[in-house]
Ligand binder design. Structure first.
Ligand SMILES: Cc1ncc(COP(=O)(O)O)c(C=O)c1O
Length: 400
C-alpha cells in the first residue's frame, strides 16, 4: 500500500535543497564558499527585541496564548497598520501565525476547493504554487518579463482572471525579483480586480520595509479600499526585523476568513511561540531606526551588485527596487561550455558549475518559474558580495 498521500504528488521540497547539500559538502571539505542563496537578513535580531524575549521568559510568559495571538501583539499589529498603512482593523480581523508562510497556508487551506484556481504571477516565491497544490487546487501563472521589471500588466491580469479564480497572489517588494509595484500600477490592477467580485487577493507584504530610493510602499488595499473586504494582507517580523527564526507572521482580513484560519491553526500548531510574540511586540513598537539603517545598507549592496553585473556582456539584470534579491538572466550563456568541459544547457547547469568551480552559491531561476536566470540574495557583507559578483562575471566570461 502506498504510504504517502496523493496530495504530495507534484509538491516539491525546497528547490534550494540540492544546492545546499553540495554547498555543505564543499564546506565540510574546507573549501571557501560565498553563499548568495539564502533568503534571510545577515543581521542579528535587534538588542531590544532580544531583551524583550529574555524578559518574557523570566516573567513566565511561557504558556499557551490565544490561538490567534496575544491581545498585546494584536494591538501592536493594529497600531502598525494604522500608523504605517492608514488602515483600520479590529482584533477579530487579525491572526498571528508561526511565520508569514503559515498565514498563507491557513488562508488557502481554509478556502480552496478542488475546482478553484489561484493566479500567481511568475517568477514567484517557491511556496505559493506548492501550497496551492497541497490544498488540492490549481495554479494559473501569469508569465512576466524582465523588460517589464517582472511586473504583471492590467491586460495580462484581465486575461488570467475568470470565474474559477478564488485568489490572486501579489507580492511587492518581490522575492525573487526585487520588483516593487508603484501606486499607479496597483491602481490599474485594482480596476481590473473590481470587475471580478469572486476574486480574493493575497497581498504578501513581508518585504514592506526593504524598499529603496525613498520609493513609498503601497499595497492594493491602500490604493483601493473597496478591495479591503476581499484582501488578506500578509506580513511579519521575519525580514524587516531580522527575525526569521522566531517564526512570527500575521494576517489581516475579513473576520470570517480569519475565523476559518483560526480553526485550521487550532487543529495544527495552536498559538505561535509565546516568547516570540512578546519579542514581536517590541519589534513592531521600537525598531524604526533599525529598519532605516538596514534600508541604506541593502541599497548600497544592491548598487554594488548592479554596477558589477551591468558591465558584463552576458548577464542582464533589472534594477531591484526592494527586498534583497535580484534575478539576472543568463540567456546569452546557454549552450556554452565551462573550463571543466561541462555544457551549460540551462540555469541549473550554470548554478552547479558556478558552485563547483568557484564556490559561489546562487539558486536556479527555474525554481521560481523563470528559466535561464539565477536568483541572488545580497543579504551578505559588501566585501563578500563584491568578490562574489566579480567571480560570477569572470565565470560567465570564461565560458566558451
Ligand atoms: C515572499 C515571501 N513571503 C513569505 C515568506 C515567509 O516568511 P516567514 O519566514 O515569515 O514564514 C517569505 C520567506 O522567504 C517570502 O520570501
Amino acid at each position: 500500500m502506498q504510504l504517502l498521500s496523493n496530495k504530495l504528488n507534484d509538491v516539491n521540497i525546497s528547490a534550494t535543497a540540492r544546492i545546499h547539500n553540495l554547498l555543505l559538502q564543499k564546506k565540510y571539505l574546507g573549501e571557501k564558499i560565498i553563499n548568495l542563496s539564502v533568503g534571510e537578513p545577515d543581521f542579528n535580531t535587534p538588542k531590544n527585541v532580544q531583551e524583550a524575549a529574555h524578559d518574557a521568559i523570566s516573567k513566565g510568559k511561557t504558556r499557551y496564548t490565544a490561538t490567534d495571538g496575544s491581545i498585546e501583539l494584536k494591538e501592536a499589529i493594529i497600531d502598525k497598520f494604522m500608523k504605517e498603512n492608514s488602515l483600520s482593523y479590529q482584533k477579530s480581523e487579525i491572526i498571528v501565525c508561526s511565520g508569514g508562510k503559515q498565514v498563507i497556508f491557513n488562508a488557502l487551506l481554509a478556502t480552496l476547493n478542488k475546482e478553484d484556481e489561484v493566479v500567481v504571477p511568475s517568477p514567484y516565491w517557491v511556496s505559493y504554487p506548492d501550497i496551492v497544490k497541497l490544498c488540492g487546487a490549481k495554479v494559473a501563472f501569469i508569465q512576466t518579463k524582465l523588460e517589464n521589471s517582472f511586473k504583471i500588466t492590467p491586460r495580462q491580469l484581465e486575461k488570467a482572471l475568470n470565474k474559477k479564480t478564488k485568489w490572486l497572489v501579489l507580492n511587492s517588494p518581490s522575492n525573487p525579483t526585487g520588483s516593487v509595484y508603484t501606486k499607479e500600477e496597483l491602481t490599474r490592477l485594482a480596476e481590473i480586480i473590481e470587475r471580478f467580485p469572486n476574486v480574493n487577493i493575497v497581498s504578501d507584504d513581508i518585504y514592506e520595509h526593504i524598499i529603496y530610493q525613498d520609493l513609498p510602499f503601497y499595497n492594493i488595499v491602500q490604493v483601493n479600499p473597496s478591495l479591503k473586504h476581499r484582501t488578506l494582507l500578509v506580513n511579519g517580523v521575519s525580514k524587516s526585523y531580522a527575525m526569521t527564526g522566531w517564526r512570527i507572521g500575521f494576517g489581516a482580513a475579513n473576520s470570517s476568513l480569519v475565523k476559518g484560519m483560526i480553526t485550521i491553526q487550532s487543529q495544527s500548531t495552536s498559538n505561535p511561540c509565546s516568547i516570540s510574540q512578546c519579542a514581536a511586540v517590541e519589534a513592531l513598537k521600537n525598531t524604526n531606526q533599525f529598519i532605516q539603517q538596514n534600508k541604506i545598507i541593502y541599497q548600497t549592496r544592491r548598487d554594488i551588485m548592479i554596477n558589477i553585473f551591468s558591465k558584463s556582456k552576458y548577464i542582464e539584470v533589472s534594477n531591484p527596487m526592494g527586498a534583497f534579491y535580484a534575478l539576472p538572466s543568463i540567456q546569452k550563456l546557454i549552450g556554452k561550455v565551462s573550463s571543466a568541459g561541462k555544457k551549460i544547457e540551462n540555469d541549473s547547469d550554470f548554478v552547479f558549475e558556478l558552485l563547483n568551480e568557484t564556490g559561489v552559491a546562487v539558486v536556479p531561476g527555474s525554481a521560481f518559474g523563470m528559466k535561464n536566470t539565477f536568483r541572488i540574495s545580497y543579504a551578505i557583507s559588501d566585501t563578500l558580495l563584491e568578490e562574489a559578483c566579480h567571480i560570477i562575471v569572470k565565470f560567465a566570461n570564461n565560458l566558451v
